[in-house]
Design a protein around this ligand. Structure first.
Ligand code: ADP
Length: 621
């Protein structure tokens, strides 16, 4: 019997989410079982954790039950874990202040099968509405004798009520199955689904069929990470990965070992094959469960660095005191030592993979390289190891397959540095005239196109005995390297006389006053008349834009570099000599706009650009 029923509206986001869930077609509706079993297991984990500091909390028979009733058409999932108070029910099942709901709604339209993603977004409970239009939750918190029930049809509202006769401690989720979901009343079906998704659950799962009065345990509860590698099949690893990551892809790689030294611990980590949806969320941590002798003490402990946050898995260490509070976990000396060791292990695993299984490493790099690169500016101590892991496209190779070691192996005589250019994409980098001097000397230039590249290259980076140098800053040292013969020929034809160069620079500087910081000769240019560069100390453009946005810093003006060997520059020079002022203005402005375009920017003043362009074009007869 219930008393004091209250009706409450869902928040708008939850309503929208439920609407989406109930109106979608799913290829694997069974996913709801994985989500609810996972919640039940979390509830048991939480109670076991509490019991480590409260001796009166008994946790010997923590368990999960799946109860089927064909008579009532219901499937119930019960756990005797932590339970929920009234307020917790409202908070957890009706409000969802988490970002997950919003993210799910935003991402959902692109995805065909919402069910496979729901767990990742931290909104697994609602998956019950995939198979039901009536879900009831009855819960008694472990330290009270009061039971509350929560009920909803998955439309706009839910009701919450206190139940007069307290039910057993824990939580029951009672699902009235829709007509097209009645297969979940069959024990065989449940067993199949549990063995597929939930065999690694740490607590016994019992299956009870009320009609036939049969009850049996249907999982093994062996903590997979404590087993020997040889006793674990690929499928078992895969299932466990999917359980901890709450994702549906296969892991590309599994790191499983027992550390035996000063501290003993089991490590089982997975490198996924696809990006989690929130990979670039600032708050995201690796989905990593930290156990102390199989008691879960944290599932968001910062054990691995954030630049490895795509990794998920389990760490179980007997040497961390069970009573350590989550707040001071990070200061615990065992945790500190484990963190360091695990980081090194991940690093060496990736390194080995890069050496031995090129293809596999390439997939990992293409999927997570952008994140790994964050380590280059976050973790100076490991920078060299991370630079070894770096893969990039270059003027020699469009695909991201070169390593710095390969680059160095092919380095030219007299080449002083490792050269790179940052750009929005490969094509615009290649088209940038600033690379001409490098191409003419067969010097390989690394092409970096991730926004993060602007950050890690902003501080001085060196590898082996070489500095990494932005092409803009490498002009002087370029001259020492011999130019290829065919480019030599191109260069010598139309040179502006030496005596006219300073006048040329003066005039161009005046005309472009306020737009460029300097005008210079660039001896590296071969086929283009002009190009832009950053100036001697100028930051990369991405960094400049961020500084402008965040700190109101003014963008530094580019340097216009000219090629005195180019026909157009020769024409400009002769127009200056003959005092054709209008032509000099038009040509200079057009050359500057050309340089901007080749640098991936827009012309300085579109209206003027169009006017100048027409003026020049009408002269073609
Ligand atoms: P998540 O489990 O990812 O946090 P859910 O939507 O599945 O998201 O659940 C929301 C919250 O409801 C949980 O974080 C938990 O606090 C609570 N909850 C769900 N199921 C249970 C349960 N069986 N026992 C206790 N609390 C639960």
């Amino acid at each position: 019997m219930t008393i004091k029923e209250e009706k409450k509206e869902f928040t708008a986001e939850v309503s929208r989410l439920l609407q989406m869930l109930t109106h979608s077609i799913y290829s694997n509706r069974e996913i709801f079982l994985r989500e609810l079993i996972s919640n039940a297991s979390d509830a048991c984990d939480k109670l076991r954790y509490i019991s480590t500091t409260k001796s009166d909390v008994g946790v010997d028979d923590l368990k999960i039950e799946i109860i089927l009733s064909s008579e009532k058409n219901t499937l119930t999932i019960f756990d005797n874990g932590i339970g929920m108070s009234r307020d917790e029910m409202v908070e957890n099942l009706g409000t969802i202040a988490k970002s997950g709901t919003k993210a799910f709604i935003e991402n959902a339209s692109e995805s065909k099968d919402l069910g496979t993603q729901i767990g990742q977004f931290g909104i697994g409970f609602y998956s019950a509405f995939i198979v039901s239009k009536n879900v009831k939750v009855i819960s008694t918190k472990y330290d009270t004798n009061v039971t509350y029930s929560w009920e909803s049809d998955g439309l706009g509202s839910y009701s919450i009520a206190k139940i007069e006769n307290a039910a057993r401690k824990g939580t029951s989720i009672i699902i009235s199955l829709d007509a097209d979901s009645e297969e979940f009343l069959k024990t065989d079906k449940i067993k199949e689904v549990i063995s597929k998704y939930s065999d690694n659950i740490n607590f016994p799962i019992y299956l009870k069929d009320i009609t036939s009065d049969i009850e049996e345990q249907i999982n093994t509860t062996n903590a997979i990470w404590t087993k020997q590698k040889k006793d674990i099949s690929k499928e078992q690893y895969q299932e466990h990965y999917q359980l901890v990551s709450r994702n549906f892809d296969d892991p590309t790689s599994t790191i499983h070992y027992k550390a035996e030294g000063r501290y003993e611990y089991d490590v089982l980590l997975y490198i996924p094959s696809s990006r989690p949806f929130d990979l670039f969320d600032q708050q995201r941590k690796a989905k990593l469960k930290l156990y102390v002798k199989r008691v879960l003490i944290s599932d968001d402990a910062n054990i691995i660095p954030s630049y490895f946050r795509f990794i998920s898995g389990v760490i179980d260490c007997a040497d961390i005191p069970l009573t350590v509070s989550r707040e001071i976990l990070q200061e615990n000396q065992v945790v500190v030592a484990i963190k360091k060791a695990i980081k090194n292990r991940i690093m060496s695993t990736l390194q080995k993979m890069a050496e031995k299984d090129h293809e596999k490493y390439l997939t990992v790099w293409q999927t997570f390289g952008t994140v790994i690169k964050e380590g280059l500016y976050e973790d100076f101590e490991k920078r060299n190891d991370l630079l070894k892991l770096l893969r990039f496209a270059s003027t020699n190779n469009k695909e991201e397959i070169r390593s710095l070691d390969e680059y160095i192996k092919d380095i030219k005589d007299k080449q002083k540095s490792i050269y790179y250019i940052t750009a929005e994409d490969y094509e615009s980098a290649i088209a940038n005239p600033i690379l001409e001097g490098f191409k003419a000397r067969d010097l390989e230039v690394i092409i970096l196109t991730d926004p993060v590249d602007s950050f890690w290259t902003a501080s001085n980076v060196n590898y082996e005995k070489y500095d990494l140098k932005q092409v803009s800053h490498a002009k002087e040292e370029l001259i020492d390297v011999e130019i290829k013969n065919k480019d030599k020929e191109k260069k010598s034809k139309n040179r502006v006389e030496e005596s006219a160069i300073s006048e040329l620079i003066n005039r161009v500087t005046k005309i472009l006053d306020g737009q460029v910081s300097d005008v210079k000769v660039n001896p590296g240019l071969i086929e283009s008349p002009v190009c832009l560069s950053l100036g001697d100390n100028g930051y990369d453009k991405t960094i400049q834009r961020i500084l402008q946005e965040k700190q109101g810093m003014e963008l530094s003006k580019p340097v216009l570099e000219i090629n005195p060997d180019h026909n157009l520059i020769k024409i400009l020079s002769s127009k200056i000599k003959n005092k054709k002022i209008k032509d000099v203005n038009t040509l200079t402005n057009l050359l500057y706009d050309y340089a901007l375009i080749m640098d991936g920017e827009k012309p300085h003043d579109i209206a003027n650009f169009s006017k100048n362009m027409q003026e020049i074009l009408t002269k073609i007869k």
